[in-house]
Design a protein around this ligand. Structure first.
Ligand code: DC
Length: 235
Protein backbone atom coordinates (compact mmCIF):
# COMPACT_ATOMS: atom_id res chain seq x y z
CA UNK A 1 0.00 0.00 0.00
CA UNK A 2 1.55 3.33 -0.97
CA UNK A 3 1.45 6.41 1.24
CA UNK A 4 -1.39 7.90 -0.76
CA UNK A 5 -3.72 4.97 -0.32
CA UNK A 6 -3.00 4.57 3.37
CA UNK A 7 -3.64 8.27 3.85
CA UNK A 8 -6.97 7.97 2.07
CA UNK A 9 -7.97 5.00 4.18
CA UNK A 10 -7.17 6.88 7.35
CA UNK A 11 -8.82 10.15 6.36
CA UNK A 12 -12.20 9.02 5.19
CA UNK A 13 -14.19 11.32 2.99
CA UNK A 14 -16.89 13.22 4.79
CA UNK A 15 -14.84 13.74 7.90
CA UNK A 16 -13.72 17.29 8.63
CA UNK A 17 -9.99 17.79 8.11
CA UNK A 18 -8.80 21.37 8.03
CA UNK A 19 -5.01 21.67 8.00
CA UNK A 20 -3.89 25.22 8.81
CA UNK A 21 -0.28 26.08 7.97
CA UNK A 22 1.41 29.40 8.74
CA UNK A 23 4.96 30.56 8.32
CA UNK A 24 7.26 33.30 7.06
CA UNK A 25 8.22 33.78 3.41
CA UNK A 26 10.72 31.31 2.07
CA UNK A 27 9.68 28.60 4.53
CA UNK A 28 8.46 26.47 1.61
CA UNK A 29 4.89 26.88 2.82
CA UNK A 30 3.12 27.09 -0.52
CA UNK A 31 4.74 24.17 -2.31
CA UNK A 32 4.64 21.97 0.79
CA UNK A 33 0.99 22.84 1.52
CA UNK A 34 -0.04 22.21 -2.07
CA UNK A 35 1.63 18.78 -2.10
CA UNK A 36 0.15 17.94 1.31
CA UNK A 37 -3.31 18.74 -0.07
CA UNK A 38 -2.68 16.47 -3.08
CA UNK A 39 -1.68 13.57 -0.86
CA UNK A 40 -4.70 14.05 1.40
CA UNK A 41 -7.06 14.47 -1.58
CA UNK A 42 -8.09 17.74 -0.01
CA UNK A 43 -8.57 21.25 -1.39
CA UNK A 44 -5.79 23.83 -1.14
CA UNK A 45 -6.02 27.53 -0.33
CA UNK A 46 -3.14 29.98 -0.81
CA UNK A 47 -4.36 32.98 1.21
CA UNK A 48 -1.29 35.04 0.28
CA UNK A 49 -2.53 34.93 -3.32
CA UNK A 50 -5.67 36.74 -2.18
CA UNK A 51 -3.65 39.57 -0.58
CA UNK A 52 -1.61 39.71 -3.78
CA UNK A 53 -4.72 39.89 -5.98
CA UNK A 54 -6.09 42.85 -3.98
CA UNK A 55 -2.70 44.56 -4.24
CA UNK A 56 -2.46 44.07 -8.00
CA UNK A 57 -5.98 45.43 -8.42
CA UNK A 58 -5.14 48.53 -6.34
CA UNK A 59 -1.96 49.14 -8.35
CA UNK A 60 -3.81 48.79 -11.66
CA UNK A 61 -6.74 50.98 -10.64
CA UNK A 62 -4.59 53.63 -8.97
CA UNK A 63 -6.08 53.01 -5.51
CA UNK A 64 -3.91 54.83 -2.95
CA UNK A 65 -2.34 52.05 -0.88
CA UNK A 66 -1.68 54.43 2.01
CA UNK A 67 -5.40 55.21 2.33
CA UNK A 68 -6.89 52.48 4.51
CA UNK A 69 -10.49 53.38 3.67
CA UNK A 70 -9.88 53.13 -0.07
CA UNK A 71 -8.00 49.84 0.26
CA UNK A 72 -10.78 48.39 2.41
CA UNK A 73 -13.46 49.48 -0.08
CA UNK A 74 -11.49 48.06 -3.01
CA UNK A 75 -11.15 44.76 -1.14
CA UNK A 76 -14.86 44.52 -0.35
CA UNK A 77 -15.81 45.27 -3.94
CA UNK A 78 -13.25 42.98 -5.57
CA UNK A 79 -14.62 40.21 -7.78
CA UNK A 80 -12.02 37.60 -6.84
CA UNK A 81 -12.01 33.91 -7.47
CA UNK A 82 -9.28 31.45 -6.62
CA UNK A 83 -8.95 27.80 -7.53
CA UNK A 84 -8.77 25.44 -4.58
CA UNK A 85 -7.68 22.45 -6.65
CA UNK A 86 -4.09 21.67 -5.72
CA UNK A 87 -3.28 20.95 -9.37
CA UNK A 88 -4.78 24.12 -10.81
CA UNK A 89 -3.15 27.39 -9.86
CA UNK A 90 -5.65 30.02 -10.98
CA UNK A 91 -6.52 33.44 -9.61
CA UNK A 92 -9.12 35.56 -11.43
CA UNK A 93 -10.05 39.19 -10.86
CA UNK A 94 -13.26 40.19 -12.64
CA UNK A 95 -12.81 37.08 -14.75
CA UNK A 96 -9.28 38.06 -15.84
CA UNK A 97 -6.51 35.56 -15.17
CA UNK A 98 -3.94 37.22 -12.86
CA UNK A 99 -2.20 34.04 -11.73
CA UNK A 100 1.21 35.17 -13.02
CA UNK A 101 0.77 38.91 -12.55
CA UNK A 102 0.28 38.61 -8.77
CA UNK A 103 3.83 37.18 -8.50
CA UNK A 104 5.46 40.21 -10.12
CA UNK A 105 8.03 42.08 -7.96
CA UNK A 106 5.91 45.27 -7.98
CA UNK A 107 3.15 43.29 -6.22
CA UNK A 108 5.56 41.64 -3.77
CA UNK A 109 6.96 45.09 -2.90
CA UNK A 110 3.51 46.59 -2.28
CA UNK A 111 1.56 43.71 -0.72
CA UNK A 112 2.37 44.54 2.91
CA UNK A 113 0.35 47.73 2.55
CA UNK A 114 -2.76 45.62 1.99
CA UNK A 115 -1.75 42.99 4.57
CA UNK A 116 -1.46 45.70 7.25
CA UNK A 117 -4.81 47.33 6.42
CA UNK A 118 -7.12 45.80 9.02
CA UNK A 119 -10.33 46.46 7.07
CA UNK A 120 -8.89 44.59 4.09
CA UNK A 121 -7.81 41.73 6.37
CA UNK A 122 -11.24 41.28 7.91
CA UNK A 123 -12.84 41.10 4.46
CA UNK A 124 -10.30 38.54 3.22
CA UNK A 125 -10.58 36.52 6.45
CA UNK A 126 -14.36 36.38 5.93
CA UNK A 127 -13.88 35.12 2.36
CA UNK A 128 -11.25 32.59 3.46
CA UNK A 129 -13.61 31.13 6.07
CA UNK A 130 -16.27 30.86 3.39
CA UNK A 131 -13.88 29.01 1.06
CA UNK A 132 -13.01 26.59 3.91
CA UNK A 133 -16.72 25.96 4.50
CA UNK A 134 -17.31 25.47 0.76
CA UNK A 135 -14.59 22.78 0.75
CA UNK A 136 -16.71 20.85 3.29
CA UNK A 137 -13.83 21.40 5.68
CA UNK A 138 -11.40 19.25 3.74
CA UNK A 139 -8.67 21.68 2.94
CA UNK A 140 -5.07 22.66 3.51
CA UNK A 141 -5.07 26.44 4.00
CA UNK A 142 -1.82 28.35 4.31
CA UNK A 143 -0.80 31.89 5.15
CA UNK A 144 0.25 33.94 8.16
CA UNK A 145 -2.83 33.92 10.41
CA UNK A 146 -4.62 30.69 9.53
CA UNK A 147 -3.70 28.81 12.74
CA UNK A 148 -4.54 31.82 14.92
CA UNK A 149 -7.32 33.84 13.27
CA UNK A 150 -8.85 32.31 10.15
CA UNK A 151 -9.20 28.72 11.39
CA UNK A 152 -8.09 28.46 15.04
CA UNK A 153 -10.41 25.44 15.35
CA UNK A 154 -8.67 23.53 12.53
CA UNK A 155 -8.03 19.84 13.29
CA UNK A 156 -4.34 20.33 12.48
CA UNK A 157 -2.35 23.54 13.03
CA UNK A 158 1.25 23.82 11.93
CA UNK A 159 3.85 26.56 11.95
CA UNK A 160 6.35 25.87 9.19
CA UNK A 161 9.60 27.63 9.95
CA UNK A 162 13.11 27.70 8.55
CA UNK A 163 16.27 29.54 9.50
CA UNK A 164 16.84 32.96 7.96
CA UNK A 165 19.68 31.52 5.93
CA UNK A 166 17.55 28.70 4.50
CA UNK A 167 14.71 31.07 3.65
CA UNK A 168 16.99 33.52 1.83
CA UNK A 169 18.63 30.67 -0.08
CA UNK A 170 15.28 29.18 -1.15
CA UNK A 171 13.79 32.46 -2.28
CA UNK A 172 17.02 33.17 -4.18
CA UNK A 173 16.82 29.80 -5.94
CA UNK A 174 13.13 30.40 -6.76
CA UNK A 175 14.02 33.68 -8.43
CA UNK A 176 16.75 32.01 -10.46
CA UNK A 177 19.72 33.85 -8.94
CA UNK A 178 18.62 37.18 -10.43
CA UNK A 179 18.68 39.05 -7.11
CA UNK A 180 21.54 40.41 -5.05
CA UNK A 181 21.80 39.39 -1.39
CA UNK A 182 20.56 42.85 -0.41
CA UNK A 183 17.50 42.63 -2.68
CA UNK A 184 16.64 39.21 -1.27
CA UNK A 185 16.85 40.52 2.27
CA UNK A 186 14.46 43.32 1.33
CA UNK A 187 12.01 40.86 -0.20
CA UNK A 188 12.11 38.23 2.51
CA UNK A 189 13.15 39.78 5.83
CA UNK A 190 11.92 43.35 5.43
CA UNK A 191 8.53 42.17 4.17
CA UNK A 192 8.17 39.71 7.05
CA UNK A 193 9.08 42.47 9.49
CA UNK A 194 6.33 44.72 8.06
CA UNK A 195 3.74 41.92 8.03
CA UNK A 196 4.66 40.90 11.59
CA UNK A 197 3.24 44.16 12.85
CA UNK A 198 -0.28 42.74 12.40
CA UNK A 199 0.15 38.97 12.59
CA UNK A 200 2.50 36.74 14.55
CA UNK A 201 3.87 33.97 12.38
CA UNK A 202 7.24 33.54 14.04
CA UNK A 203 6.12 31.82 17.25
CA UNK A 204 3.71 28.93 17.43
CA UNK A 205 0.52 29.73 19.33
CA UNK A 206 -0.79 27.25 21.91
CA UNK A 207 -1.62 23.93 20.28
CA UNK A 208 0.26 24.75 17.08
CA UNK A 209 2.98 22.27 16.10
CA UNK A 210 6.24 23.68 14.75
CA UNK A 211 7.90 21.98 11.78
CA UNK A 212 11.39 23.36 11.15
CA UNK A 213 12.35 22.73 7.54
CA UNK A 214 15.84 24.29 7.69
CA UNK A 215 17.58 20.94 7.28
CA UNK A 216 14.85 19.11 5.38
CA UNK A 217 14.42 18.83 1.63
CA UNK A 218 11.01 19.17 0.01
CA UNK A 219 9.99 15.52 0.32
CA UNK A 220 11.15 15.32 3.92
CA UNK A 221 9.17 18.44 4.78
CA UNK A 222 5.99 17.03 3.21
CA UNK A 223 6.54 13.80 5.15
CA UNK A 224 7.03 15.75 8.39
CA UNK A 225 3.79 17.67 7.80
CA UNK A 226 1.87 14.49 6.97
CA UNK A 227 3.24 12.89 10.14
CA UNK A 228 1.83 15.77 12.17
CA UNK A 229 -1.52 15.41 10.38
CA UNK A 230 -1.63 11.70 11.24
CA UNK A 231 -0.61 12.19 14.84
CA UNK A 232 -2.74 15.22 15.64
CA UNK A 233 -5.85 14.28 13.69
CA UNK A 234 -6.11 10.82 15.25
CA UNK A 235 -5.40 11.26 18.91
O1 DC B 1 2.74 34.09 1.09
P1 DC B 1 2.84 35.31 0.16
O2 DC B 1 4.22 35.86 0.05
O3 DC B 1 2.23 35.07 -1.17
O4 DC B 1 1.94 36.41 0.89
C1 DC B 1 1.77 37.69 0.36
C2 DC B 1 1.56 38.69 1.48
O5 DC B 1 0.31 38.56 2.07
C3 DC B 1 2.61 38.63 2.59
O6 DC B 1 3.39 39.80 2.54
C4 DC B 1 1.84 38.58 3.87
C5 DC B 1 0.40 38.63 3.49
N1 DC B 1 -0.42 37.57 4.08
C6 DC B 1 -1.05 37.83 5.26
O7 DC B 1 -0.87 38.91 5.83
N2 DC B 1 -1.89 36.90 5.79
C7 DC B 1 -2.08 35.73 5.18
N3 DC B 1 -2.91 34.83 5.71
C8 DC B 1 -1.42 35.44 3.97
C9 DC B 1 -0.58 36.39 3.44
Amino acid sequence: MDTDTSTMTRFRFGKSLVVAIDGPSGSGKSSVSRETARRLHAAYLDTGAMYRAVTLHCLEKGVDLTDAGSVERATRELDLSISTRPDTEAVLVSGIDVTDAIREPRVTRAVSAVATTLGARSELIRRQRQIIADSHHRIVAEGRDITTVVAPDAEVRILLTASEEARLRRRGDQLGGTQTAEQLKQQVLARDARDSSVVNFHQAANGVVTVDSSDLDFEQTVTAVLDVVRTVAHH
